[in-house]
Design a protein around this ligand. Structure first.
Ligand code: DQA
Length: 142
């Protein structure tokens, strides 16, 4: 069973980007962790990252057409992208919103998610383990 793990802007810079918040593990480490978790759960996991809102919206449309479940870290788009919200509203399979940090415990602008209302659920604050928990949640939904 195919699952997409989609990542928004700046997440390719994991490991060097504000490590006190996002940790020392790199994006490649995240890809490996997600793929290994997929192997354990019997899921075919593909991990992608983009800094481009249009590209992310396109991936979400394709996932909707193909009924593919998605784990999504929308990064900063979480807080303001109504285009992403509207794309996700068309989903045809489960969608888990994930965050590495806990946005509710950070700056005020991070307390709003325009994605949460169109997600199956949200997992935030567990570092890269948030992705592992999201993949487990997806596998239990199937
Ligand atoms: C993030 C939290 C967002 O507020 C931030 O813009 C990110 C990463 C997280 O995974 O903790 O880029 O989504």
């Amino acid at each position: 069973k195919k699952v997409l793990v989609l990542n928004g802007p700046n997440l390719r810079r994991l490991g060097t980007r504000e490590p006190e918040i996002y940790g020392a593990d790199t994006f490649d480490d995240l890809v490996r962790l997600c793929r290994e978790t997929g192997l354990e759960l019997g899921l075919d996991v593909e991990v992608r990252q983009t800094n481009d809102e249009a590209e992310l919206v396109g991936w979400v449309h394709r996932a909707a057409d193909e009924r593919t479940p998605v784990v999504l870290n929308p990064a900063a788009f979480t807080h303001y992208s109504y285009a992403l919200h509207d794309a996700l509203a068309q989903r045809t399979a489960p969608l888990i919103e994930v965050h590495i940090s806990n946005p509710a415990a950070r700056e005020e602008f991070r307390h709003t998610s325009v994605v949460a209302s169109v997600a199956t659920g949200t997992i935030a604050g567990f570092g890269l383990r948030s992705y592992v928990l999201a993949l487990r949640a997806l596998s239990e939904l199937e």
